[in-house]
Ligand binder design. Structure first.
Ligand SMILES: [Ca+2]
Ligand SMILES: [Ca+2]
Ligand SMILES: [Ca+2]
Ligand SMILES: [Ca+2]
Length: 508
């Protein structure tokens, strides 16, 4: 883990230099996952400004000292009316910074330092605390938790009047905890924070500011009877366009540097139909006995996109995917294809459809054509499945060159057998031996050398007009072997179960 240790030191120096204090962070730890969340847009991150041994990104099982996620962040970019690119992204923060704490003014999408410091915090509440507040808040001797008292329900002055959601018990439209109003949280534990891309110019990607304000709710359920739910953390991001720009061809990327225990022997892949990507150990035994390695039976780490941003309206309740591939690729109604893994299709309501995962790209820890992006156009190209040399991803092999790269152009790498309608190649069957039905593109099949894998789940295109909002919901799930099945074999059922819970509003 030599390279990653070095990275931590660089990150540490950067964070200290830029803020001169510990970043706003909190812990999501209500179930089998112990995750550190940084509220300034670093997201699920390992920052060495705090003791990294006590600050795991994604420790699972909680207390084990072993992790499956090294870093997990958000990329977001699109074109304005003049087709100029605006983009914010974050990987490790060793280059610079594109995100900061706090909301933006609705007048000109800015934030001053005093307001930033006010929001330099992650609010962290449990359902139990809220229930206790509801039952006892008007009793003598009850002390309201700070995170209920200071819940950021309202912005002042030029900031939006309504920010964090709350239950308005006295019905006056204002958050008054002393009158019994309380935060409207999801899950058994909920972390809430607000961040933006426009406090300063972007030094990580170099991209132009978007005017993007993000409200993040990260939540989890504790349920020892439900193994999948007990190993899952959910993310809900609300995106607010505080700028005067109408953006089109907007894409977002959910970028992850997964490390299954020991980080240098991993593989990665995706499940197109389930809108998910995942990392797994590239060898049967994880690592070589390092403290962070799982050894036998390493888990699989999954990210599943439950419901992405709203699609552009076409006046149609685009039909649900029912297994009919031909119906999916409808020339008159091109948006119908997104039913494959999207949300709100065929529910009787027109134009509430939300995109699912529309692409998955893996890249290496390197500066090669398929290595880490560093400029805004490189990030934006990656989010559209385009490599640094300007070529679109191709089916097979490493996706860009070599004998196993057979084409055609594709949007999902290492889909295995998860794409029976060829959604990832726009309805066209992959070339050569992948077309025979018994050979599928995975890292195992390519006999790649296991290494440090990074990947980005892509969602787009969508529109993001001035003053409008967008949203994404996704979940990160750690999957374990049981006595009869491997984690790889079980992951499909885990994902289906979590997607089903979400689709039914968590009413079991
Ligand atoms: Ca009120
Ligand atoms: Ca590993
Ligand atoms: Ca619909
Ligand atoms: Ca529609």
């Amino acid at each position: 883990m030599r390279k990653k240790t070095l990275l931590l030191l660089m990150l540490c120096g950067f964070a200290l230099a830029s803020t001169a204090q510990q970043p706003p962070l909190s812990r999501c730890s209500v179930n089998n996952i112990n995750a550190t969340i940084i509220g300034d847009g670093s997201c699920f991150a390992k920052l060495a400004t705090v003791n990294s041994d006590n600050c795991p990104t994604w420790e699972v099982p909680a207390g084990s000292g072993k992790e499956t996620v090294f870093q997990h962040t958000l990329w977001f970019g699109g074109l304005d009316a003049d087709d100029s690119l605006h983009l914010s992204a974050f990987r490790f923060g060793q280059v610079g910074q594109d995100y900061w704490s706090g909301p933006l003014t609705t007048t000109n999408a800015t934030i001053d330092m005093m307001t930033l410091l006010k929001y330099y915090h992650v609010w962290n509440l449990t359902h139990e605390e809220i229930d206790f507040f509801i039952a006892h808040h008007d009793e003598a001797g009850y002390e309201t938790p700070d995170d209920i008292l200071t819940w950021p329900a309202h912005g002042e002055g030029d900031y939006a009047a309504n920010l964090a959601p709350f239950v308005d018990v006295d019905g006056n439209g204002h958050y008054d905890p002393e009158a019994g109003d309380y935060p409207d949280i999801k899950g058994d534990q909920c972390l809430y924070f607000i961040f933006n891309d426009s406090y300063k110019n972007h030094t990580e990607s170099g991209g132009s500011k978007i005017g993007l304000e993000i409200h993040a709710m990260i939540y989890a359920y504790s349920d020892s009877e439900d193994e999948a739910l007990n190993n899952t953390v959910f993310v809900n991001y609300q995106f607010f366009n505080r700028s005067a720009n109408d953006y089109h061809d907007v894409y977002l990327g959910l970028w992850s540097d997964f490390d299954i225990g020991y980080g240098w022997d991993d593989y990665i892949g995706c499940d197109v139909l389930r809108g998910s990507y995942f990392a797994y150990n590239g060898t049967p035994i994880d690592g070589y006995g390092e403290p962070e390695s799982y050894g036998e039976n390493p888990p699989v780490q999954v990210l599943t996109i439950l419901a992405g941003p709203y699609m552009d309206a076409d006046g149609r309740d685009n039909p649900k995917y029912n297994g009919d591939c031909d119906a999916l690729f409808n020339e008159t109604h091109p948006a119908d294809k997104y039913a494959y893994n999207g949300f709100n299709f065929g529910n009787g309501i027109a134009d509430d459809e939300r995109l699912g995962m529309t692409g998955f790209l893996y890249h290496n820890n390197s500066s090669a054509i398929n290595g880490d992006p560093s400029t805004a156009p490189e990030y934006y190209n990656f989010m559209r499945g385009i490599w640094k040399n300007g070529n679109h991803m191709q089916y097979g092999g490493n996706g860009y060159e070599g004998p196993n790269v057979v084409g055609p152009e594709c949007n999902f790498m290492f889909p295995g057998d998860s794409d029976p309608c060829n959604f990832g190649t726009n309805g066209i069957a992959p070339n050569e031996e992948y077309n025979t039905g018994d050979k599928f593109w995975t890292e195992d099949e390519c006999q790649n050398i296991p290494n440090d894998r990074r990947g980005v789940g892509l969602v787009g295109p969508f529109s993001f007009n001035a003053g409008s909002t967008q949203v994404i919901d996704y979940a990160m799930i750690t999957v374990w072997n049981n006595e009869s099945l491997s984690a790889i074999e079980r992951k499909g059922d885990f994902i289906d179960h979590i997607r089903d819970l979400f689709n039914h509003g968590f009413s079991k």
